[in-house]
Design a protein around this ligand. Structure first.
Ligand SMILES: Cc1ncc(COP(=O)(O)O)c(C=O)c1O
Length: 355
């Protein structure tokens, strides 16, 4: 079967581009002091996580407990959950998961750590735990320096928890377009993390793991002394938002195939809208051709044809999503292709797994 024969809307995954992206990041980080611990929140499938492990990743990250469960079911043996886990319904599942994989979690306060520690004691497990430090994103994370050290002391002393180091994700810098500006801002964030790691060591606390970095900053973070591993996610498939970030050199592996279902003058109406393409990072871009996309409803998009390139009903177009993570989360499967030929279908097993 070829791409032209597919029904639409369909999430396509270009296997050549995916493999090239995975190879490129693996090769780049292999030449640097830090290791690669890619984030599976983007692709949401153990199939791609295993491809990353085969290329030398030391483990993978998940954003949610349910994502981690799916990865564990798919044979991923080492998982870092990078978001705080709060609430009684999660604790039993967390302990069960810790019994079957090498699991690491993050905490940014005693209110998060205490119930987990109690559940771990009750479940007779010790949970490897990182102190999550706010290095400028102002999302989760304890303040760097003394507040982080105080939390580190709490974790180190808590029965049921085993302090394993620090996380300090600089998510606010990933899409700074110009590489020199991104590198300079990242150095400031990384310095906060390094300084806090130094304070941990001075207090006799573990800094076995000092983890940070996304697609936009991993190359800076992985060569910054004291960072042990980086956690990029989007590089595997890319999106239009990252396409505007300079000096990344990853290929678009992800597109949504859509059909023109109506034409009015120079405007084509597509069968893909908000239910097939996320809009949180702006509209998708056409893979080929200059027509601009605008959302026209849950099930509809519009394309304005470039002069001299009219659309006809039945035409198919490929759209590069504005944001890969949130678009992937809308689909049940990747239709995997090399060139025009369909070679596989991969279930997106963690799609919708947000608990
Ligand atoms: C904690 C954390 N680490 C890593 C990543 C990966 O970032 P990216 O997809 O930009 O590479 C994310 C993405 O949101 C994240 O939240």
């Amino acid at each position: 079967m070829t791409i032209d024969e597919l029904d639409t809307p369909t999430l396509l995954l270009d296997l050549d581009a995916l493999e090239r992206n995975l190879d490129r990041m693996a090769d780049q980080i292999a030449r640097m002091p830090a290791k690669l611990r890619p984030h599976a929140k983007t692709h949401k499938t153990a199939i791609i996580a295993r491809m990353q492990l085969e290329r030398g990743a030391i483990g993978v990250c998940a954003a949610k407990l349910a994502e981690a469960e799916v990865l564990a079911d798919g044979g991923v043996p080492d998982i870092l959950i990078t978001s705080e886990l709060v609430g009684a319904p999660k604790l039993e599942r967390l302990i069960a998961l810790a019994r079957r994989v090498r699991l690491t979690i993050v905490v940014d306060g005693i209110a998060v750590a205490q119930p987990i520690a109690q559940a771990a004691v009750a479940g007779a497990v010790r949970l490897r735990t990182l102190v999550d430090v706010n290095v400028g994103q102002n999302r989760a994370g304890v303040d760097p320096g003394e507040p982080a050290v105080a939390l580190g002391r709490f974790v180190a002393a808590a029965p049921g928890l085993a302090l394993a180091g620090l996380q300090g994700y600089e998510g606010h810098l990933q899409h700074v377009a110009a590489a020199p500006a991104r590198a300079a801002a990242d150095a400031t964030a990384l310095e906060l993390l390094r300084g806090t790691a130094a304070a941990f060591r001075a207090a006799g606390l573990s800094t076995e793991i000092v983890t940070t970095g996304g697609t936009g900053t991993s190359r800076f973070a992985a060569s910054f002394a004291g960072i042990t591993d980086v956690q990029p996610g989007s590089y595997a498939v890319m999106d239009a938002q990252y396409g505007a970030v300079h000096e990344l050199d990853y290929q678009y592996a992800l597109t949504v195939l859509s059909t023109v279902i109506s034409v009015r003058g120079s405007t084509a109406v597509l069968d893909a809208g908000y239910k097939s393409l996320s809009d949180d990072a702006g509209p998708p871009r056409l893979l080929a051709g200059g027509a601009g996309f605008s959302f026209a409803g849950d099930e509809f998009g519009k394309l304005s044809a470039a002069a001299g390139q009219p659309f006809a009903v039945g035409d198919k177009v490929r759209l590069i999503p504005g944001h890969c993570d949130t678009t992937i989360n809308l689909h049940d499967e990747y239709v995997v292709h090399r060139g025009q030929t369909i070679c596989d279908r991969w279930t997106i097993a963690a799609r919708g797994k947000s608990r």
